[in-house]
Design a protein. Structure first.
Lengths: 235, 192
């Protein structure tokens, strides 16, 4: 997986998406967010290979949310052209999501954290702890399933509705958290035993850099956004 | 900022962030499905869930930053797991975490009892609402509807994050696994 978008520096990619998400927040016409959504999707199709199944799975819940946004703004809105504002706010959900998916689907977690540490000067203590946490995800997931199964054995009459599962979350959370606390202690000892000090003067096995492509990317999105504004103003 | 932190405290924050990050994602999807029916107000009554890690981590570690950092980390974990809110969640986490942090900063990191935890939940609600107001375009909605949303969010922050977070910490404390952290030290000192 090494497309043009994958090779961008994750920190710069993140900052660029931040800029345009905030820029979009100031527009209440339907065209600007809709065009932005389409344009960002085109960029992603051109410069990376989209896994459409994953894209749809991630997009679907937000598409549902956009429906809610549409009718809430339509019913409870105050603007004169309520339909336009309602359409704008629901297209905004789509535009935000496309920008986010552009980041999420083309960034590896490991490179992202390494880049946060090397470009944005995140403390190594925090960055490596975050990586530890990320590595523990599958373990914690397994433990979560185990704890739930044990509790079901003890209370077999528990029927499995969504509501009862949500309600039993605290009784699952406490043993899960207790396990997490113990893992944190053990891992911290192990890291220190191997000479991890958390100091900023360190070398990196995995060096993340940035290139002129990162500027091209920022420039491309700026161009696209300005075009969306101009076209949006005319329509 | 992290100079006088023990590594095990930082790793603990990260693991708490992972556990809550998963819970956050589950509730994000619950909220999304609900919101197609009743609109963005669907998120409001469960909003307190998203402040939990600030309150739990701060109640255990009791150092400046222990509310805002794990909230940002939990958001980062949500981003790493992949979802369509994406990197913007990190900013959301920062704003929410700063809200909770403010409550502890006001009490100069000396009190961690229930009223302060509830205040942290309330302030996190207020901070996050300001941020949501801008990005969600709430200014297009009628003022009474926005006030209703804010009211539900504050209530949710107080009950789920403040009160619920307090219960979680007490339950966790009872398991004995927090012996090496500030919460156990301070409770011991208070008893002597």
């Amino acid at each position: 997986m090494s497309t043009w978008l994958h090779r961008l520096n994750p920190s710069i990619k993140m900052l660029v998406t931040f800029v345009f998400i905030f820029a979009l927040a100031f527009y209440f016409d339907p065209w600007t967010p809709l065009l932005m959504f389409g344009a960002v999707l085109v960029v992603q199709v051109l410069f990376s290979r989209i896994d459409w199944k994953r894209w749809l799975m991630l997009m679907l819940p937000f598409a549902l949310g956009a429906v809610g946004y549409f009718w809430t703004t339509y019913v409870f809105g105050t603007a004169e052209d309520r339909l336009d504002t309602a359409l704008s706010l629901s297209f905004r959900v789509f535009a935000f999501s496309s920008l986010s998916l552009l980041f999420v689907l083309t960034t590896s977690p490991m490179t992202f954290i390494m880049s946060l540490m090397q470009q944005l000067k995140l403390s190594p203590k925090l960055a490596y702890s975050l990586l530890v946490g990320y590595q523990f995800l599958p373990v914690l997931k397994e433990e979560f399933i185990q704890i739930r199964q044990v509790q079901q054995l003890r209370r077999p009459q528990h029927n499995q509705t969504t509501w009862s599962r949500l309600r039993s979350l605290p009784t699952v959370a406490i043993p899960l958290l207790a396990g997490a606390v113990r893992k944190a202690e053990k891992t911290a000892f192990a890291m220190e035993a191997r000479g991890f000090t958390g100091s900023r003067e360190r070398t990196y096995f995995h060096e993340v850099t940035w290139h002129r492509f990162d500027f091209y990317f920022a420039a491309l999105l700026t161009l696209i956004f300005s075009l969306c504004l101009v076209v949006g103003a005319f329509l | 900022m992290l100079a006088n932190w023990k590594l095990k405290e930082v790793v603990l924050m990260s693991l708490l962030a992972v556990v809550f990050g998963i819970i956050y994602l589950v509730f994000l999807h619950v909220g999304n499905i609900w919101s197609s029916l009743i609109g963005p107000i669907a998120y409001e009554w469960i909003f307190g869930v998203w402040f939990l890690v600030s309150i739990v981590a701060m109640a255990i570690i009791r150092k400046p930053g222990a509310a805002v950092i794990p909230e940002v980390m939990a958001a980062a974990i949500e981003v790493l797991l992949g979802n369509a809110v994406g990197p913007r969640l990190i900013l959301t986490g920062l704003v929410q975490g700063l809200g909770a942090e403010a409550a502890f900063a006001v009490t100069r990191y000396r009190r961690f009892d229930l009223p302060v935890l509830i205040l942290a939940g309330v302030l996190a609600s207020v901070f996050s609402f300001g941020y949501g107001y801008l990005l969600g375009g709430f200014s297009a909605l009628s003022p009474w509807y926005v006030l209703l949303m804010l009211g539900i969010r504050i209530l949710s922050g107080a009950v789920i994050a403040g009160y619920g977070g307090g219960l979680l910490v007490n339950g966790l404390y009872a398991t004995g696994s927090l012996r090496g952290y500030a919460i156990a030290r301070q409770k011991r000192d208070a008893r002597v």
